[in-house]
Design a binder for this molecule. Structure first.
Ligand SMILES: C[S@@+](CC[C@H](N)C(=O)[O-])C[C@H]1O[C@@H](n2cnc3c(N)ncnc32)[C@H](O)[C@@H]1O
Length: 285
């Protein structure tokens, strides 16, 4: 099916109908975003181009993107970009698509970072730099280090830092959690993989098939990464430092217990927009 010769408006309507018939809940929005990306239309000013006809190359590209969406690839994966905390982040296949839930950890972290002080931040499992870059944008004197097990995710984070003008204050390197890191930080943050392995298979296809497994899978009980991070956290905190962790639904008691075994006590909690406890803050006991 080709939309060559159709106007942008009619191509959008036809695509929305196909996506809706396939059961995609945001069919109309998805069709619009894909079409605007193919035709180079500014999402802020979509109106003027609506009656222009698609040329054959645009129609072919649009059809290819539609096929990917019909195969349940997320829009952010298809476009290779996602919005988080007001920032446009470029993604590659090794990067988790940022989730709105993670804004709880960003908000609780910002409350710990004075605007006028040069705080040092460590982001463990940084992905495309999601949390660290959101913090550095808001705290112009802060500097940060982002670590990820994936060298590809690190490359995306570096590219995002450059695009946002944050490269002079953000460093990224490949590694496993705090392993081998020297020095201390005023704030350590992490949104680690926390989904129990068995549950990963049952996630909706957009997540199970298209988010990197190592960004999701937290081991048999979902807590493996917390055990590794918390075992090392105390040594990474500067005097007065804090650790902020995103958690999955119902994980707070287990994560607090692991932290206590490693000399850290709960110092704050922030819920997400669904009132689910989502970000925990710890300090040395
Ligand atoms: C849930 S994602 C979070 C990504 C990003 N920080 C965010 O909040 O959207 C977890 C990240 O941890 C990384 N990761 C998994 N195991 C790791 C390890 N042993 N050491 C460092 N990073 C790891 C994954 O590659 C992934 O980028």
């Amino acid at each position: 099916m080709s939309a060559a010769g159709a106007t942008i408006a009619s191509a959008r309507r036809a695509a929305a109908e196909r996506l809706a018939a396939a059961g995609l809940p945001e069919a109309s929005l998805d069709a619009r975003l894909l079409l605007m990306s193919v035709c180079g239309i500014d999402p802020a000013h979509p109106g003027a181009a609506a009656q222009r006809a698609l040329d054959p190359a645009e129609a072919a590209r649009f059809e290819a993107l539609l096929h990917r969406r019909l195969a349940r690839q997320p829009i952010a994966r298809i476009l290779g970009t996602a919005e988080f905390h007001g920032l446009a982040l470029t993604l590659n296949p090794d990067c988790l698509i940022p989730r709105g839930d993670t804004e709880a950890l960003v908000d609780v972290s910002l409350a710990l970072l004075p605007v006028d002080a040069p705080r040092r931040i460590l982001d463990l499992g940084t992905g495309p730099g999601t949390i660290l870059l959101a913090l550095l944008v808001e705290r112009p004197l802060a500097t940060g280090l982002g670590i990820d097990i994936s060298a590809h995710a690190v490359a995306a984070a570096e590219a995002n830092a450059s695009a946002l003008g944050l490269a002079p204050r953000a460093r990224f390197q490949a590694g496993s959690w705090g392993e081998g890191l020297a020095g201390t930080f005023d704030l350590v943050v992490s949104n680690p993989p926390y989904i129990p392995s068995a549950t990963c298979e049952a996630l909706e296809p957009e997540v199970a098939l298209h988010d990197p497994r190592r960004a999701l899978d937290g081991g048999a009980d979902g807590l493996d990464a917390y055990r590794a991070i918390l075992a090392d956290a105390l040594r990474l905190l500067a005097p007065g430092g804090r650790l902020g962790l995103e958690i999955g639904i119902g994980q707070a008691p287990d994560v607090v217990a692991i932290a206590r075994r490693h000399g850290l006590v709960l110092d704050g909690l922030r819920s997400d927009l669904g009132a689910v406890p989502r970000a925990l803050v710890f300090r040395p006991a």
